[in-house]
Design a protein around this ligand. Structure first.
Ligand code: SAM
Length: 287
């Protein structure tokens, strides 16, 4: 049994299911994950959910500085003791979904690398939050459920293609770094996992006049994914069925197309048509 596991047991802690506490203790695996993350001595890292610190220590040895955000107050003294020797480590207690991450990371080098074996109960909101909260990012290297990794890596028309994949691929190039069986975790979750690395692009994958319209149009389409895009747009955005059909025509698309069939460049054309339509009506992007 590793020392880390003993530490947890000795301190009488119970793993909290509701906080998604599935810990990793295998040092070879942790070293491989940190290697795969691509983090190097010039990088500052935001780690979410350090747990008992087993991955954090490996990160501290690879990176310039590591700032870890942990919600569970019980783990704070344990982490402080375990990380005492690490000079390039900062610990923040709080909820990653509520903290102002720009403020919390203000002293760190940008762009940041986020590395985490994330709590699975907040997977989609957390990835969406990280991609949209305005933090200058270099990459996200995340342990996620295998099913979520499949989504992040999916292509238009594929089963997992939806808002999460679109957001991720608009801003980054996701790659599967490693599949990690459930048995590698303590306690073992019900599902297998995968470590994915989302390297941020220098510029979005497609050029759009208004990213807000791009995601608004996509979200309308994916919310009613069985409907045609024309029906989805008219049901969700404030436009008539014939206005929606005209937008699709203006974008060079068949009005019967469904959102999940559209490639990113096609969606970008539709979004630009929508932006132009708004402007013709004198509406701002918030309308
Ligand atoms: N990094 C450790 C490891 O690999 O062994 C622990 C990973 S465990 C899957 C997820 C960690 O995230 C837990 O330590 C849990 O307490 C913490 N956590 C859960 N919800 C959180 C939140 N909203 N904000 C910050 N940390 C959270």
């Amino acid at each position: 049994m590793s020392k880390t596991r003993e530490r947890i047991r000795d301190s009488q802690l119970r793993y909290s299911k509701s906080l998604g506490q599935n810990f990793l203790y295998d040092d070879d695996l942790l070293a491989a994950l940190v290697r795969e993350s691509g983090v190097g001595p010039e990088d500052d890292v935001l780690e979410i959910g350090p747990g008992s610190g087993s991955m954090t220590r490996h990160l501290c040895r690879a990176a310039h500085h590591v700032l870890s955000v942990e919600l569970d107050e019980r783990l704070i003294p344990l982490l402080r003791a375990f990380m005492e020797q690490e000079r390039n480590f900062t610990l923040v207690q709080g909820d990653v979904m509520r903290l102002n991450l720009t403020e919390v990371t203000s002293a760190l080098r940008k762009p940041l690398s986020v590395v985490a074996n994330i709590p699975y109960y907040i997977t989609t909101p957390l990835i969406t939050h990280l991609l949209t909260c305005g933090l200058p990012l270099k990459r996200l290297a995340l342990m996620v459920q295998k099913e979520v990794a499949d989504k992040l890596l999916s292509a238009p028309g594929g089963e997992g293609w939806g808002m999460l994949a679109l957001r991720a691929q608009f801003l980054s190039e996701p790659r599967l770094a490693m599949e990690v069986p459930a048995a590698c975790f303590t306690p073992a979750p019900k599902v297998d996992s995968a470590f994915v690395v989302l390297e941020m692009r220098g510029a979005p994958a497609v050029d759009v006049r208004s990213p807000e319209d791009f995601f608004r149009v996509a979200s309308a389409g994916f919310a009613l994914r069985r409907k045609t895009m024309a029906n989805a747009l008219s049901a969700t955005l404030r436009m008539t069925r014939s206005e929606a059909a005209a937008l699709l025509e203006r974008a060079g698309l068949d009005e019967r197309v469904r959102c999940e069939q559209l490639t990113m460049p096609e969606l970008a054309r539709l979004s630009d048509a929508c932006t132009a339509w708004r402007e013709d009506r004198g509406e701002g992007s918030e309308g």
